[in-house]
Ligand binder design. Structure first.
Ligand code: FES
Ligand code: FES
Length: 896
């Protein structure tokens, strides 16, 4: 029997030669601060210290820890927080926090070594990047991580405690924050899903008996739909619950299936051929998934192609005839092209996971979700339960980005297994599942034609977008171009192309990035042809008053003013600067409610929202604190539980805009109640009257529901739906009626200026500097908003340069289903990012704040492509901009 010392305690190691250190740490010892993400040594989330050296515990056999000393994140801040932990808190070097324990362990080791050898010198950025290059953060909190590690090494956090802008930061840097994957109930079983190996088949027979007969297996359920069809590799067939994961995996292998293979079709080009096998017959089209935030408008189907959906066109016939004439006359100002964007996986570090437990007729479900309240409603409806019999809990959520907004099969399977087993069941996806079947931003092919008038206005804009949606529908790419750059005529047409691939899903600003990749490059090209500054042209064509201010800010940047003449450089390394604009809808959720109470002399704010890393706790705390003249940490915020007052989902950047107004109303009501009930007035001359009144107050409660906005009074601020005519009104009504989302007046916007360096020999592109101007009204929690903006840019850099899903075109298998194959940006890819907030424009919204999550990712890929054009003269029309694509484009130009 061998032992190790872990956090100062001696523990026995299992005899199992297959046991990994991460499993012993997390499962046997319940030290859940250490996270399991990639299981392949790529992400660093599982890092622990072994005899003082950082080690990825997912690759280390447990036996190898015999006689060694292991330190986990729980021990690092146990007695007194480490300077690195304090610095992470102070610099807000985290969002969802799922990667944070791994970063803390590695950064603490780096810090301790640095201080021992270099004293309080500040490490260079490159050295920090190299030290932490084995760690990935999908939220993109790298900017704060750089600052935190540099400050800690420089000795700035050697003192006592600090106040952090993110109120739950302490739990995240110490590993105490509990995520769904960390939940353990007594008698909890592990669930595993059996998935289809065929891209298209009808399951004739499904025999669960062999699995149920195995020792340790407690329940097995079918997950087949009524038509018994599977339409992609990975589609769920059945699920098993067993005493441990190893047994459950063996059990699903024992399930007997007889199936009839059907012809399949993989990907956009194959699926739109007229003779392609049909994925959804008419009767089964309702089974298709959804890639948008809300539902989609009705559209015709022709085999695998759904569309045209062209409701947002305006004078489309005129647009077509003007474009035809321009082609005929070879109008030199006509800009045309076909732009292709790749698939982007959400790649949340916390996998999709659910733990379901029945207590009599009450169901408690811990879920990694973006919508605790809505999920409770969906579960209650599906299982015909009263709302008060279902409780959905998500204390902390390790990222979502759009992929965790609905009732997923992991939740359905866990509930059904828990019911059958009469025991709690956990299902947590492995990385292969996470990167293959949980959704993605669909790849797209966008044809664009843009025609300026002779007077230099925008005359016509035409976009036709085909989205590679897999087994899903409702893409809106071209349609979004209705909401910016008014033209005399627009022809905007969307098509979904379904195929036997896993369904896409909403992903941060759905439709926005592919639309912007085409439109913002076409505008850049028009500016070149018209010999006009690209920012000046946008300013001329885009009357939105908030963006007008952003254009002024951008054109004054040194980065922009010092850019070189397009394509004027020679030599291997060439630098260029590009600009692009992004926008998203201002969404809020009707019915959102916040309760504010005095409890035992303390303020407590409650609402059934979740924090997926965007900082909803802190937004509420800051809003309440500001009104009472308190500190955010004085406020207790209760969220992440459907038993609290109805709260909004975290999607479409709607959380802040949904919860700040009712919070402010509840503050007003509570203030009146506190004053009315006060028996003891504040000390004369007190500079903290509310603190004293609250401390002396009896328990009181006030609550408020999100009010409608007032009418905008600022010139030019109006609903984007007004600009979209009759269809805009219908669309707005449908979003409210069927998706419980209201579209408000004003358009959250961003303008980005990006500098790149292009290695023309190897085809590498490095993003050097980013300046992102953002107009989303008043900033409720500034440090967190900055982090959100920078993280969005980093996801945009991944979309532009690295992220690509590869598929076997014959079988439909996803080949990039591990983090070693699906490359997301790391810390060393992070440029300097300047964030500028323009806080005007939303006076009609109580509190003046709207959401920030989407806008900063939309313009990043075209700004990078425009910068490459500026550096090299090459227009890249396909992302990711891989080295081979760049080299081919450079060679093509040289050969021409
Ligand atoms: S989980 Fe161990 S390195 Fe990713
Ligand atoms: S904070 Fe790093 S993955 Fe979310």
């Amino acid at each position: 029997m061998s032992t190790m010392t872990i956090n100062g305690r001696i523990e026995t190691l299992p005899d199992d030669p297959d046991a990994l250190l991460v499993d012993v740490v997390r499962d046997a010892l319940n030290l859940t601060g250490t996270k399991l993400v990639c299981g392949a040594g790529v992400c660093g989330a599982c890092t622990v210290l072994v005899d003082g050296m950082p080690v990825v515990s997912c690759l280390m056999p447990a036996r190898a820890a015999a006689d060694k000393s292991v330190t986990t994140v729980e021990s690092i801040g146990a007695r007194k927080l480490h300077p690195v932990q304090l610095a992470f808190m102070a610099h807000d070097a985290l969002q969802c926090g799922f990667c944070t324990p791994g970063f803390i362990v590695e950064a603490a080791a780096f810090h301790d070594h640095w201080r021992a050898t270099k004293g309080t010198a500040t490490p260079p950025r490159e050295e920090i990047g190299a030290a932490l290059s084995g760690h990935l953060c999908r939220c993109g909190a790298y900017d704060g991580i750089f600052r935190a590690v540099a400050a800690a090494c420089a000795g700035q956090f050697d003192g006592d405690d600090i106040v952090s802008p993110r109120i739950e930061a302490r739990d995240k840097v110490t590993g105490l924050a509990k995520y769904t994957v960390d939940i353990r109930h007594d008698g909890q079983l592990e669930g595993v899903i059996l998935r289809s190996h065929a891209a298209h088949a009808r399951i004739a027979e499904l025999d669960l008996a062999p699995a149920l007969a195995m020792a340790g297996v407690v329940a097995a359920v079918s997950l087949l739909g009524d038509d018994r069809m599977v339409r992609y590799v990975g589609e769920p067939i059945a699920a098993v619950a067993a005493k441990d994961r190893k047994t459950a995996i063996a059990a699903i292998a024992a399930i007997r299936i007889t199936s009839e293979r059907l012809p399949s079709v993989i990907g956009l080009d194959a699926a739109r051929k007229p003779d392609a096998p049909v994925v959804f017959e008419k009767s089964s089209r309702k089974k298709a998934g959804n890639v948008s935030e809300g539902g989609g408008a009705p559209a015709p189907w022709k085999q695998n192609v759904r569309g045209p959906s062209a409701a947002f066109s305006s004078k489309a016939k005129k647009a077509r005839s003007w474009l035809a004439a321009a082609r005929e006359t070879r109008n030199p100002l006509l800009v045309e092209g076909i732009f292709r964007t790749g698939t982007q996986s959400h790649a949340c570090l916390e996998p999709h996971a659910t733990v379901a437990r029945f207590d009599g007729d009450r169901l408690t479900v811990h879920v990694s979700t973006q919508a605790v309240f809505h999920l409770m409603e969906l579960i209650a409806k599906r299982y015909k339960l009263d709302h008060d019999k279902v409780r959905v809990i998500a204390d902390h959520v390790g990222g979502g980005f759009g992929s965790k907004s609905s009732l997923g099969i992991e939740t359905i399977a866990a509930i059904e297994l828990a019911r059958a087993a009469k025991a709690p069941v956990r299902i947590a996806y492995n990385r292969h599942e996470e990167l293959s079947v949980t959704g993605y931003r669909p790849a797209a092919e966008v044809s664009i034609a843009l025609l300026p008038s002779e007077q230099g206005d925008l005359k016509t804009l035409s976009l036709t977008a085909y989205a590679d949606t897999g087994a899903a529908i409702n893409s809106t790419i071209a349609a979004l171009a209705r909401l910016i750059y008014p033209a005399q005529a627009k022809d905007l047409t969307d098509f979904d192309v379904v195929s036997n691939l896993p369904p896409g899903a909403a992903f941060r600003g759905p439709g926005g990035p592919p639309m912007a990749f085409a439109v913002e490059q076409a505008i850049d090209e028009a500016a070149l042809r018209m010999n006009v500054d690209p920012i000046a042209l946008r300013k001329r064509w885009d009357p939105n008053p908030n963006r007008q201010r952003l254009y002024d800010w951008a054109s004054g940047l040194e980065l922009w003013r010092n850019r070189k003449t397009p394509a004027s450089q020679t030599g291997r390394y060439r630098r260029g600067v590009g600009v692009a604009t992004g926008y998203w809808l201002y969404l809020w959720q009707p019915g959102s409610k916040v309760e504010l109470a005095v409890r035992n002399g303390r303020l407590v704010a409650s609402t059934a929202i979740q924090d997926i890393g965007t900082g909803s706790r802190s937004v509420i705390a800051e809003t309440v604190a500001r009104e009472f003249g308190l500190e955010p940490h004085d406020i207790e915020v209760r969220i992440g539980d459907s038993g609290l007052p109805e709260g909004p989902g975290s999607g479409g950047s709607r959380t802040t805009a949904s919860i700040v107004p009712p919070t402010l109303l509840a503050v007003q009501t509570l203030k009146v109640a506190i004053e009315r009930n006060s028996k003891r007035p504040p000390t004369p001359g007190s500079n903290a009257p509310w603190r004293e009144l609250i401390a002396a107050s009896p328990d009181l409660t006030a609550s408020a529901v999100r009010p409608e906005d007032s009418k905008p009074t600022l010139a030019g601020i109006r609903s984007p739906l007004k600009d979209a005519g009759f269809m805009g009104t219908i669309f707005g009504w449908m979003m409210r009626r069927f998706s419980n989302m209201a579209i408000g007046a004003g358009v959250p916007s961003s303008v980005q200026v990006i500098e790149v360096e292009v290695d023309t020999w190897l085809g590498h592109v490095r993003v050097l500097n980013v300046a992102t101007g953002i107009a989303v009204g008043k900033i409720a929690a500034p440090a967190l908003a900055r982090s959100q903006a920078a993280g969005s840019v980093i996801q945009g850099i991944g979309y532009a340069l690295y992220e690509a899903r590869e598929i076997d075109p014959r079988t439909g298998d996803i080949l990039t289903a591990g983090m070693e194959d699906y490359r997301i940006p790391g810390i060393a890819d992070t440029p300097d990012i300047e964030v500028h907030f323009d806080e005007g424009g939303y006076d009609h919204v109580l509190g003046g704040s709207v959401g920030i999550g989407e806008v900063a990712t939309v313009p990043t890929s075209p700004a990078i492509a425009n910068a490459i054009r500026n550096a090299t003269g090459i227009r890249l029309t396909e992302i990711p901009i891989r080295p081979d694509r760049l080299i081919a484009a450079l060679k093509g130009r040289a050969a021409a």
